[in-house]
Design a protein around this ligand. Structure first.
Ligand code: 3HC
Length: 311
């Protein structure tokens, strides 16, 4: 009986044996992974910007140092992810060039502005909460280097989520003005966070194949539902109201019903026309250009060391 490579590959996936860089894999599997991992890496880098905005304005030294280390963590996540993509043959220079030219995608969520300190609470609580829900299953994704990178990322991400919730809790237990600030931030972040999970399954071109390859372990809609089920009780605990009148416990489904995401807004942001898209890309390009001397110095240093080792 002749068994072809593609069948053997799928059999390994079905048996939950991880795929490693030197293993044979279909071109489309490699391409899908490079796409997803690089988009994920870009999201970590661009994700530093909305919070970076508040480092100089954090309300206390303690808050400032926590925020600073959180933003540094995101940079680290980006670096592990670029490395994971490199194991598939992607070039880091090319990935960055695609980000800077606007060709590559990154998460829609980072194209919204962070207007008040309560936004640091919402980004940690909601955005990092959504990131964890999406990323914990990725610790079991079929490609080994991606799965292993996710383990550490998820540990750091749960610290980020806790610190965000704690900011929200402090505001909600504070003065009426602080509580109002928390509610106002939730009103702005709720819907964009639901969009992070991607289009509805019926409109998601990649989900079916990625589930089959066990790159994704849950569909976009499954994760969005889990998110709503997790967050509605947390909002209630904080004394806040989720800005969706359709949110209602459904006894039969044992899950919350919720309203429809504004998909026109979602695609508009993905296409580059969100509130902050231009700002975010501008900031990334500027940082890259201003960092050129560091890259040159590092290369010169490495060259000098290599020459010294030869003699
Ligand atoms: N923002 C921007 N683009 C999005 C998107 C979003 N929220 N959701 C989906 N898209 C894009 C997809 O990338 C895909 O683009 P492409 O085919 O042109 O490359 C297209 O819309 C269709 O969507 P699909 O559902 O078919 O795509 P996927 O199967 O890739 O699913 C995903 C999308 C669920 C985001 C998946 O890629 C994924 O799980 N990625 C890994 C996690 C990730 O990237 N998270 C980023 C935000 S969290 C974060 O950065 C951590 C924080 O702490 C900073």
């Amino acid at each position: 009986v002749e068994i072809n490579l593609e069948d053997q590959f799928q059999a390994r996936i079905d048996a939950d044996i991880s795929i490693e860089p030197k293993d044979w894999m279909p071109d489309a599997y490699r391409k899908t992974l490079i796409r997803q991992i690089s988009q994920h890496a870009h999201s970590e880098l661009v994700g530093m910007l909305p919070e970076g905005n508040w480092i100089t304005r954090a309300p206390s030294l303690k808050r400032k140092s926590i925020l600073l280390s959180k933003v540094q963590d995101e940079a680290g996540h980006g670096l592990y992810l670029y490395s994971a993509a490199e194991t598939l043959g992607a070039s880091r220079d090319q990935m960055l060039a695609d980000l800077h030219s606007g060709k590559a995608k990154y998460s829609s969520i980072f194209n919204y502005p962070t207007l008040s300190w309560a936004d640091m609470g919402c980004v940690g609580w909601l955005v990092d909460g959504a990131a964890i829900l999406n990323q914990v299953p990725l610790c079991r994704t079929s490609y080994g280097p991606y799965a292993r990178a996710m383990v550490r990322v998820c540990k750091e991400e749960s610290f980020h989520q806790r610190q965000g919730f704690e900011i929200m809790q402090t505001l909600c237990e504070g003065a009426p003005e602080q509580k109002a600030m928390a509610q106002e931030a939730l009103n702005r972040w709720w819907w964009p966070t639901l969009m992070m999970f991607g289009p509805k399954d019926a409109d998601s071109p990649n989900t079916a194949q990625s589930m089959n390859w066990r790159i994704k372990r849950f569909t976009n809609d499954e994760l969005r539902q889990k998110f709503v089920d997790m967050m509605v009780p947390q909002a209630e605990f904080l004394g806040l109201t989720v800005p969706d009148p359709a949110v209602k416990w459904n006894e039969a489904r044992q899950a919350y019903d919720f309203g429809e995401v504004n998909w026109e807004e979602f695609w508009n942001v993905v296409k580059g026309n969100g509130m902050c898209n231009q700002d975010r890309l501008g900031a990334r390009v500027k940082a890259h250009e201003e960092g050129a001397w560091v890259r040159e110095a590092a290369l010169a240093h490495a060259k000098k060391r290599a020459e010294r080792a030869e003699t």
